[in-house]
Design a binder for this molecule. Structure first.
Ligand code: NDP
Length: 407
């Protein structure tokens, strides 16, 4: 049916490539292109020989001309951006120049400012519309499936959604005192930033990890979770009409937080360049180099993730609550594709999002967040490709007590 150019060959891309190959009816051909070509070749060597034709290429995705040349050579129907958020705009520029559909899993963030916002990518709306191509933003799990869950809840169960709490629980244990489950630089930038949530049309800012709640997750158990800013809050606050509040919580263990605090206190999480032995280095990038590679965590991680959304609102004038979530087992993922659940829960929706566009199920020109499309075909595919979802019509709610400060 179609051809995809996949940019990036890290944890998420590896899962997406496995899944594209499993879905060879849709992905007849893929080209894996990244900065380090040997990683693309390794993936090809592992998965070659099936129905999907696989090629590889080297590309610097910070360079628009290189990207345009590659797209012109490969002639893909869609570019799947599974590199880093810093490359979103250059890849979007190259897609515009070649009139090729685009998708990603994380919104643009300038490398020198830890501030992720959709404004840069939303500025491309008119240009994509005029070019007759689609940009699908945020087709991972969160953002991604959380937006699909929201669109699904609104379509099937609510006249109006008033409150959304997104709960991201990782009950996995990799046995290291400190490691991050995906790209350490992106992960640490996200969790060391101030928290933020949206209420009654306003953003309310908190100190990092200031608001803590405890929640008992199905198949995982009781966990501490902390309010973070997460990028889908921005698009969902805009796209879910009548919304009064949206928050995002992520679980962290005490060991992770203690290490992070110490690293912060000594300046290791800073993105300000410093002089070291006659060279400019960025402490956070140096820290990334000494931490375990997230891809190496797969064999040693046990336990499950549970990520989902609790909705409160009105149906036929009555109060209604609804919780929809997915539980994913780290070891099961590793057995299937050689990666832990964090990469798995992102790589599967990346493949599904691209498939929605390639099959024409999602077909509108412009730049769209995932909740702006019909959720039904995506929900079906989640069940089919390894991320089944569970519904609970009487969930325990996250308590609404005034913000509880971290002890
Ligand atoms: P990794 O660091 O494992 O992989 C990133 C890949 O991109 C590497 O192969 C890297 O190449 C490549 N890359 C980086 N810069 C360039 C460049 N300039 N040109 C070409 N290739 C480049 O990251 P992950 O796989 O963990 O994450 C991928 C994306 O997924 C990120 O944007 C992340 O934010 C997002 N994500 C989204 C989630 C969601 O639920 N929505 C959850 C988790 C992640 P090299 O090997 O040479 O370093």
């Amino acid at each position: 049916m179609g051809k995809a150019l996949i940019i990036g060959a890290g944890g998420v891309a590896s899962v997406a490539v496995h899944k594209c190959v499993q879905n060879s009816e849709v992905f007849e051909e893929i080209c894996i292109a990244s900065r380090t070509k040997s990683k693309c070749d390794e993936l090809k060597a592992k998965l070659d020989g099936g129905k999907t034709k696989i090629t590889t290429a080297q590309v610097d995705a910070d360079n628009v001309d290189e990207l345009i040349a590659l797209i012109n050579e490969v002639k893909p129907d869609i570019v799947m951006n599974l590199a880093l958020p810093y490359q979103d705009l250059t890849i979007m520029d190259a897609c515009l120049a070649t009139k090729t559909h685009y998708m990603d899993t994380a919104n643009y963030e300038p490398e020198d400012t830890a501030k992720f916002e959709y404004k840069w990518q939303w500025e491309y709306r008119e240009r994509f519309e005029k070019a007759g191509i689609t940009a699908l933003l945020g087709s991972g799990f969160d953002p991604g499936v959380t937006g699909v869950f929201s669109a699904y809840a609104l379509k099937h169960y609510f006249d109006e959604i008033e409150y959304i709490d997104i709960l991201d629980c990782n009950g996995g244990d990799h046995g290291y005192p400190f490691a991050t489950n995906f790209n350490p630089e992106i992960n640490i930038r996200e969790v060391s930033a101030n928290g933020r949530y949206w209420e009654n049309g306003e953003w309310i800012e908190t100190e990092p990890m200031e608001i803590k709640r405890v929640y008992n997750f199905a198949e995982v158990g009781e966990k501490d979770m902390y309010l973070l800013y997460h990028e889908e809050l921005e698009s969902l606050a805009e796209n879910i009409p009548g919304l009064k509040r949206i928050r995002f919580f992520m679980t962290f263990g005490q060991s992770y937080l203690t290490h992070l605090k110490a690293l912060e206190n000594v300046g290791m999480t800073s993105i300000e360049p410093i002089e070291f032995e006659g060279k400019q280095i960025i402490p956070l990038q140096f820290l990334k180099a000494v931490l375990p590679d997230p891809a190496s965590l797969g064999p040693r991680t046990v336990g499950k993730t549970n990520i989902g959304c609790i909705f409160r609102g009105k149906k036929d004038g009555k109060d209604k609550t609804y919780y929809v979530y997915n539980v994913c087992d780290h070891q099961e993922c590793f057995k299937e594709v050689g990666s832990q659940a964090i990469s798995y829960t992102t790589g599967v929706p990346a493949m599904i999002g691209a498939a929605m566009i390639l099959t024409g199920k999602w077909n509108k020109a412009g730049v769209y967040n995932i909740e702006q499309f019909d959720p039904d075909p995506f929900m079906e595919e989640l069940n089919k490709w390894g991320l089944p979802w569970v519904e609970d019509f009487n969930p325990v709610l996250v308590d609404d007590e005034p913000a509880k400060k971290k002890e």
